[in-house]
Design a protein around this ligand. Structure first.
Ligand code: HEM
Length: 147
């Protein structure tokens, strides 16, 4: 069904909770990614020495992934589709780094767990599902640009 106003509000509210402690949540996010995909250490330039939450590049990339997912939720509610602004170059970066479909699942699980941690007792299935739907639509747009 259509992405609802409530789903958009759930994503927006928890995006604020994520951003309120960005270095910490970025650390949780990359720690989860490395647990599931240790090889990602060699893919991200900023993970070579492990998860350093003071590294501005690490914070910037984490913020981008969550921010674009949040943007995707806003677009889904407004237009029913997700258009990624610089899709060709974003697709090219990921192809060049050796990103494959399975990595998108690893990142999704890490994103959902990070949102769970960031929202605490406000977390519920509906909130998690809203993030998942937005992330899946965004991922599909990036994967399309990669192919
Ligand atoms: C780079 C977003 C999924 C690995 C980037 C950049 C953005 C981005 C905005 C910076 C591009 C630039 O330099 O101009 C996203 C979003 C994703 C996603 C929104 C999911 C919806 C993934 C996945 C992986 C991945 C699944 C693999 C685990 C990378 C790597 C870089 C990168 C290795 C280069 C970072 C560096 O070393 O500086 N991504 N990405 N991304 N992404 Fe993603």
């Amino acid at each position: 069904g259509a992405f609802t106003e409530k789903q958009e509000a759930l994503v927006n509210g928890s995006w604020e909770a994520f951003k309120a402690n960005l270095p910490y949540h970025a650390g949780v996010f990359y720690t989860l990614i490395l647990e599931k995909a240790p090889a990602a250490k060699g893919m991200f330039s900023f993970l070579a020495d492990g998860v350093d939450t003071n590294n501005p590049k690490l914070k910037a990339h984490a913020e981008k992934v969550f921010e674009l997912t949040r943007d995707a939720a806003v677009q889904l509610r407004a237009n029913g589709v997700v258009v990624v602004a610089n899709a060709p170059s974003l697709g090219a970066v990921h192809v060049e780094k050796g990103v494959v479909d399975a990595h998108f699942l690893v990142v999704k699980e890490a994103l959902l767990k990070t949102i769970k941690e960031a929202t605490g007792d406000k977390w519920n299935d509906e909130l998690s599902n809203a993030w998942e739907v937005a992330y899946d639509a965004l991922s599909a747009a990036i994967k399309k640009a990669m192919s």
